[in-house]
Design a protein around this ligand. Structure first.
Ligand SMILES: Nc1nc2c(c(=O)[nH]1)N(C=O)[C@@H](CNc1ccc(C(=O)N[C@@H](CCC(=O)O)C(=O)O)cc1)CN2
Ligand SMILES: Nc1ncnc2c1ncn2[C@@H]1O[C@H](COP(=O)(O)OP(=O)(O)OP(=O)(O)O)[C@@H](O)[C@H]1O
Length: 195
């Protein structure tokens, strides 16, 4: 599958990236999820609190990644969708603590910490369809993360993508919050230029 042409819009990129993800064989997905879990656990962050997400469908990652973070002593926060507003956050206490949310998502069942929890986190693993070398991230197109991360500063923002989803250049808009790094199965943590 060739990449969308230079100048293609976000919708074209999304279509391409989603269909490419759907074509990834289950065993490759599983191997990539394991690699991501190992990398996440090995990150030498002094990150007491890490925002993360429960992968849905063909998204990279797994609950194993969240469990590795917990085993490494991190407090793991998960997003809660509250409409067209910044995401709320709750603590991950293991698979059994998750409840069904919209879009086939699983969400934390306990106390809501409020949208500001991400600004006080020590790092955030952010779901993405792709990210470019500048840190421009392409999400699902609802703006949940852009609204949630606008104004957040000093928190490493790490887009979790498959290796081929770290690309040279994505279409960016002024509201797109730049990622500081990408976490990929093959490359581990890759720092992005922010330029
Ligand atoms: N895992 C995860 N959690 C997240 C996000 C995300 O992108 N991924 N979000 C980011 O903003 C927010 C929720 N937004 C979402 C919006 C749409 C879909 C979605 O289109 N789901 C597909 C099924 C999944 C698939 O097969 O890939 C669907 O409903 O058809 C998922 C999450 C907060 N939590
Ligand atoms: N800071 C913001 N405040 C209000 N609306 C916003 C903000 N950022 C983005 N939006 C709105 O969200 C919509 C989707 O934006 P965009 O296409 O960049 O989403 P995305 O980054 O792919 O998705 P997401 O952030 O949910 O993962 C846009 O219509 C945009 O106007």
């Amino acid at each position: 599958m060739t990449l969308p042409e230079f100048g293609s819009g976000k919708q074209e990129w999304r279509k391409h990236l989603v269909s490419r993800r759907k074509a990834v064989p289950a065993e490759v997905r599983e191997a990539e999820a394991q690699a991501l879990a190992r990398s996440a656990a090995a990150l030498a962050w002094r990150a007491a609190t890490v925002c993360a997400y429960v992968p849905v469908g063909s998204e990279p990652g797994s609950l194993a990644l969240l469990d590795e973070l917990r085993s490494a002593g991190r407090r793991v926060l998960l997003p809660v969708v509250t409409g067209a507003a910044p995401l709320d956050w709750g603590v991950y206490f293991g698979e059994d603590s998750l409840v069904p949310g919209p879009h086939g998502l699983r969400e934390p069942s306990g106390l809501r910490l409020g949208p500001n929890a991400v600004a006080n986190a020590d790092a955030a693993l952010v779901p993405a369809l792709a990210v470019d070398q500048r840190g421009v991230r392409l999400g699902r197109g609802a703006g949940h993360y852009d609204r949630s991360l606008a104004g957040v500063s000093g928190v490493p923002l790490i887009a979790v993508v498959r290796d081929e989803e770290l690309v040279d250049l994505l279409p960016g808009e002024p509201h797109d919050v730049r990622m500081t790094a990408a976490l990929t199965p093959g490359g581990g943590l890759v720092t992005l230029s922010g330029m």
